[in-house]
Design a protein around this ligand. Structure first.
Ligand code: SF4
Length: 425
């Protein structure tokens, strides 16, 4: 009997894809896949993008080391970003870990074991990053930008379509750069057209992580006209002050960003734009931060995530002068999130009374006090909500629904980040 293997996947959906691929490869070789607490061999797929992620990874490793000391675990393998970046140091400090395995290979993508529910999937189309943002360790950890060839991606899509997966999320650090290394030009629209043509069963295609400077008209046109493409743009902007953008080595200026947002909203009026911003970047003044707040208040992003700047060794920004004190960074983060909470509430109110398509994710164990009885309430998402990061739609239904079903839902109530509605069946 082979050892049972379990994986703990930390960090972003891109890590989840790697975890699924690793398990897929192991399952093909006959290893039984189990929950991490029942495993003989535990793999931790780590993240070290920012300080908080590093702490989470180390804590998880220490918990598993405890299990190993108690004799409940035979082997412990640490995989991914943290292993790649700190292998030598960790080796010395954590001798209980049996192996540290760094860089991922895109070919892992070919065999997948679903850690995600069966009705949605992530498909990674490129690895590494073509940009060199001054605060970011990803180009260092993941190496040079590499696109996966179209045939391999289409093969994976074909299998997902055959399995009637309802939603596919196309991911990569910067999917707008897809094809540059492999074909000498950007090929994301072409790839998407091929995917759409060959996937009659996939209901939604969602694009995650688009670099602002590389969003082309062809892509926007496709998003506007193709119902399968979620009207959702994940557009990390990081800041709006030109001096800070320049220090961050971002390629767009404030003017470029404003023009791009106008263009997107004019072309696709019902689109949800998600962005992420960093607060407390070195030398960010109160005035710069206020400029960011005002910009967010003006644009009213439908979705927004904020990060506190994390000083990462080996990045140019690590040595920048005028690092912002931690308490000021935290204060700015709280101020910004309070403001966004109100914006999100207002954005959600616009949905009251409207009928929208919802993808059912799972039954809701509590009736939510939203008018539904136990067993008749479900958690779902609109096309404006990416799995695991955005809000939910609480659905009350007279008929039984299954994960992966698409239903029309009339919105009857709105919360800060979520919606509530009744299925129209
Ligand atoms: S685009 Fe994103 S992943 Fe790439 S270097 Fe910048 S922050 Fe890092």
């Amino acid at each position: 009997m082979r050892d049972k293997v379990g994986i703990l996947s930390l960090g972003c959906p891109r890590n989840l894809v790697d975890s699924e691929s690793i398990l897929g490869g192991l399952a093909l070789r006959g290893y039984p896949i189990v929950d991490i607490d029942k495993a003989d061999v535990a793999i931790v797929n780590t993240c070290c993008f920012i300080e908080d992620a590093k702490t989470e990874s180390i804590d998880a490793i220490l918990d598993l080391i405890d299990l190993k000391k108690q004799g409940k675990l035979k082997k412990l393998i640490v995989y991914g970003c943290l292993a790649q970046r700190y292998k030598d140091k960790l080796h010395k400090e954590l001798p209980e870990v049996d192996a540290f395995v760094g860089k991922t290979s895109l070919n892992h993508n070919l065999a997948a074991f679903p850690l995600t529910p069966k009705h949605y999937a992530y498909v990674k189309i490129c690895e590494g990053c073509i940009n060199n943002c001054s605060y970011c360790v990803i180009p260092k950890i993941k190496g040079k930008f590499t696109s996966l060839d179209m045939d391999s991606i289409l093969g994976r899509i074909e299998r997902l379509d055959k399995n009637k997966v309802s939603e596919v999320n196309i991911i990569g650090q910067d999917i707008t750069g897809y094809g540059l290394d492999l074909y000498g030009s950007r090929r994301l629209p072409e790839l998407l057209k091929k995917i759409i043509k060959m996937s009659p069963n996939i209901g939604w295609l969602r694009l995650l992580y688009l670099y602002p400077g590389r969003i082309c008209d062809e892509l926007l046109e496709l998003m506007k006209n193709e119902p399968k493409l979620c009207k959702y743009i994940d557009l990390p902007l990081q800041h709006i002050n030109d001096r800070i953008l320049n220090l961050m080595h971002r390629q767009a200026t404030k003017q470029d960003i404003i023009r791009l947002i106008d263009k997107i909203r004019t072309k696709i009026p019902n689109i949800a734009i998600r962005t992420s911003v960093i607060v407390g970047f070195p030398s960010e003044t109160e005035k710069d931060f206020k400029e960011l707040l005002d910009f967010i208040e003006d644009v009213k992003f439908e979705r927004l995530g904020a990060f506190i700047y994390s000083r990462e060794e080996g990045t140019p920004a690590y040595n920048f002068k005028k690092q912002v004190p931690p308490e000021i960074k935290r204060e700015r983060f709280n101020t910004l999130m309070m403001q966004q909470q109100k914006i999100s509430q207002d954005v959600n109110k616009e949905f009251l009374g409207k009928i929208i398509d919802v993808l059912i994710d799972e039954p809701s164990s509590c009736a939510q006090g939203l008018g539904g009885k136990e067993g008749s309430s479900y958690l779902g998402r609109s096309q404006y909500d990416a799995p695991e990061v955005d809000g939910l739609v609480y659905v009350d239904s007279k008929k039984t629904l299954k994960p992966g079903n698409f239903v029309k839902v009339q919105i009857t109530d709105t919360l800060e980040y979520d919606l509530v509605g009744k299925a129209l069946l």
